[in-house]
Every structure is written in C-alpha cells, then in structure tokens.
Write a protein that binds this ligand. Structure first.
Ligand code: ATP
Ligand code: MG
Length: 139
C-alpha cells in the first residue's frame, strides 16, 4: 500500500528568488498538508550524503555545489499516495518538459535548478525525512 508522506525541499534557486511563499501556496492548493518544515542550509558534506545515490553521475559535483550554495526549505508533506502524486504534481526533472502551471515549470530554470525536490519512493521518503527531522519535530 502506498504511503501518505513525501519529503520535499524548496531548493536554493527558488529560495534565492523569493519563491518560498508561492511554492508553499502551491503545496496547499495541491492538497498537501505540511507536517514538518525547516529553513536551513546544507553543507557540501550533507549535500553529498543526501544525493549519494547519484555519486557516479556526471552531474553529481554540480548538483552538490548547487544544493549547498544557499538556504533551502525542507518539508514533510502528507496526502494520499503522496510520493507518486507529488512527483506528478511538481512536473518533470527538466522544467522545460514539465506541464504548464506545475511548480517546476513556473519556478524552475534548468534541469539542475528545478526549484523543488520530491522523494522517489516511500522508503526514500522516510529516509529523507529522517535526514532532516527527528520524530519530535513532526505532528
Ligand atoms: P529530485 O530528486 O531533486 O526530486 P528528480 O528525482 O526529478 O529530482 P533525479 O534524477 O533524482 O531527478 O536528479 C536529482 C537532481 O539532480 C535533479 O532534481 C536535478 O537538480 C539534478 N539533475 C538531474 N539530472 C541532471 C542533469 N542531467 N544535469 C544537471 N543536473 C541534473
Ligand atoms: Mg530524485
């Protein structure tokens, strides 16, 4: 059975451009409930650990530089079938291929600087949530 939470980050590009508010509004309009939220910044080491699954990919170094370049907003979101629904909701990794009106189309500017993260499976939603939040920070 699909889980009901996913993990997201508003990435440094979107935070720097003042899009925290509009993106939180989009989460709300999409029917997602914020269950935990934190404004923070990843060190290089933390960004490497978070994206360790991609360490052999050619874009890894650039991704780590980007994700540690400025503050982010980490959130746990709740909705039915959250992981799959949220990935569809935010649009394709490449904003140019994301649907009109989606978060990545509206607020992303490149395949790297694509405004938001979304967990890719229930197991990773839990792992990624635990990366940023203790159980006492959720309700
Ligand atoms: P995310 O994991 O951030 O939700 P995703 O699951 O759509 O995005 P992944 O394949 O997991 O995409 O890639 C992780 C992140 O790495 C992307 O969101 C993007 O910031 C960056 N990235 C992916 N592919 C490329 C690429 N070809 N060139 C540059 N950066 C990339
Ligand atoms: Mg991914």
């Amino acid at each position: 059975m699909a889980g009901n939470i996913t993990f997201t980050m508003i990435k440094p590009d979107a935070v720097a451009q003042g899009y925290i508010g509009p993106i939180l509004t989009k989460f709300n309009e999409g029917g997602y409930t914020v269950r935990a939220m934190k404004y923070t910044r990843l060190s290089r080491k933390q960004a490497e650990a978070f994206y360790a699954i991609h360490k052999e990919r050619p874009f890894f170094e650039g991704l780590v530089d980007f994700m540690s370049s400025g503050p982010i907003v980490a959130c746990i979101l709740e909705k039915e079938n959250a992981v799959e629904n949220f990935r569809e909701f935010i649009g394709a990794t490449d904003p140019a291929k994301a649907p009109e009106g989606s978060i990545r189309k509206l607020y992303g500017s490149s395949i790297q600087q694509n405004a938001v993260h979304g967990s890719d499976c229930d197991e990773n939603a839990v792992i990624e949530s635990n990366f940023f939040f203790s159980q006492f920070e959720r309700f």
